[in-house]
Design a protein around this ligand. Structure first.
Ligand SMILES: [Zn+2]
Ligand SMILES: [Zn+2]
Length: 411
């Protein structure tokens, strides 16, 4: 048995692992770095199946280029379709190379699986676990030829208002592929982050400003709506962009949510925005606007930003990590919103804040997770400091590695 590192090693952004069990050739995620347009190494030869952990494009972005059957939860597939179709649209606007077409996204050979399910691909047995990252996200346990391999995808152990947190039940693992996004960072307790959000929103509304909240479509928008509703924010709350459809999809799978009634109630309070006329209306009075994209790389958030960037009474509240070189990160670092293609450079006078609503395990959770499983071997991936983390794990007695893309290993 062997595996090949195709992408997402010593980096974040294009997860892909080829696992050759001896009888099957399985692909674990097949993502891409959207900003940089970087794709994984292409696997050579026939692929029996692709297992997709969740819809984020760093895991799903190149899946439509594959012909193999695709295994994922129904919610993850629905959300992946939404993001992939949007990626085609955005790619056209930005003049990026077309890697797949709408038909390829629609024609994915899907196999919908559920948490707790066990299924076979050839002679390999696969178990599906809730990874607590976004609705429908999964970690996969593979059992083939006497070896057990767990591929975590992205995960979070502790619960949020939206999700229960990962439910991994793992023993005697030979090989663990783990994400390590926050191997060297702790997250503040979610309750504190929620309170900070409410404080910022209230202050903004009291100043008669607009609280503009850029957000990731999948999961995060729904969580923010639930937080605002549970603290009784009664001002108009507007929802715009892909966050609308993504939240609708989450509601279709109540069994994946911690409290789907609370989300349903929060959504009922919200006013969706569809047109620029709607958006003008939304800006007339103090309000909260939740909209994509989360890192200001497109979407209706730009429309709003262009209108209110000079208003010191309004706030711009980031609710997720801003990847280096994205417009969101540039704004946080320089105070300017810069769109080089359109030659736009705006000095943002709004109250700009970042809140850490992470959907990933923080450092303590990650160590807890690895200690709890105590696998024979740990492969660190999906992180900027995988080598440092593998060294640290070695110091704790683990057989840990942080391979690079292209590396191959016998199991
Ligand atoms: Zn993710
Ligand atoms: Zn990821």
């Amino acid at each position: 048995m062997k595996f090949q590192c195709l992408g997402g090693f010593q980096e974040v952004g294009r997860n892909a692992v080829l696992l050759e069990t001896g009888s099957e050739r399985l692909l674990l995620d097949y993502g891409m770095k959207v900003e940089e347009q970087e794709i994984p190494i292409q696997p050579k030869g026939f692929i029996d199946a692709t297992l997709l952990t969740h819809p984020h494009l760093d895991h799903s972005g190149m899946v439509p280029t594959l012909k193999a059957p695709l295994y994922s939860t129904a919610a993850a597939l629905d959300q992946a379709r939404l993001l992939l179709l949007d990626a085609i649209k955005v790619g056209k606007i930005k003049g990026q190379p077309e890697r797949f077409k709408t038909e390829d996204v629609e024609r994915l050979k899907e196999n919908r699986v559920t948490y707790g399910q066990q299924f076979e691909i050839g002679r390999a047995l696969v178990d599906v676990f809730d990874s607590g990252h976004v609705p429908g996200s999964a970690g996969f346990l593979l059992d083939a030829h006497g070896k057990t391999i767990f591929y975590s995808g992205d995960f979070r152990l502790s619960r949020t208002r939206l999700l229960n947190g990962a439910r991994f039940n793992l023993k005697n693992i030979d090989l663990l592929f783990t994400e390590t996004t926050y191997a060297f960072k702790e997250h503040s307790p979610r309750e504190d982050v929620e309170k900070k959000l409410i404080e910022l929103v209230k202050e903004t509304l009291e100043r008669n400003g607009t609280a503009l909240i850029p957000t990731f479509a999948v999961g995060r928008a729904a969580e923010l709506l639930m937080v605002l509703d549970s603290y009784g924010i009664k001002y108009p709350i507007f929802l715009d962009g892909m966050a609308k459809q993504a939240t609708e999809i989450s509601l279709r799978y109540p069994e994946l949510l911690r409290d789907h009634k609370a989300l349903q109630k929060a959504v009922e309070e919200v006013v969706p925005l569809y047109s620029n006329a709607d958006r003008e209306m939304a800006l007339k009075k103090p309000s909260v606007i939740i909209t994509t994209s989360g890192m200001l790389s497109g979407g209706p958030v730009i429309h709003f930003l262009k209108k209110i960037y000079g208003d010191p009474n309004s706030s711009l509240i980031f609710t997720g990590f801003q990847v280096p070189d994205t417009p969101g990160r540039v704004l946080m670092d320089t105070g300017h919103y810069i769109d080089e293609e359109s030659k736009i450079d705006l000095e943002v006078k709004m109250n700009v804040k970042y809140l850490d609503f992470s959907a990933h395990a923080g450092r303590t959770e990650l160590l807890e997770f690895i200690n709890g499983i105590s696998p024979q071997k740990v492969v660190c991936m999906h992180g900027d400091r995988t080598k440092d983390f593998a060294e640290e794990l070695k110091g704790k007695g683990f057989d840990a590695i942080a391979p690079g893309n292209g590396d191959e290993f016998e199991i």
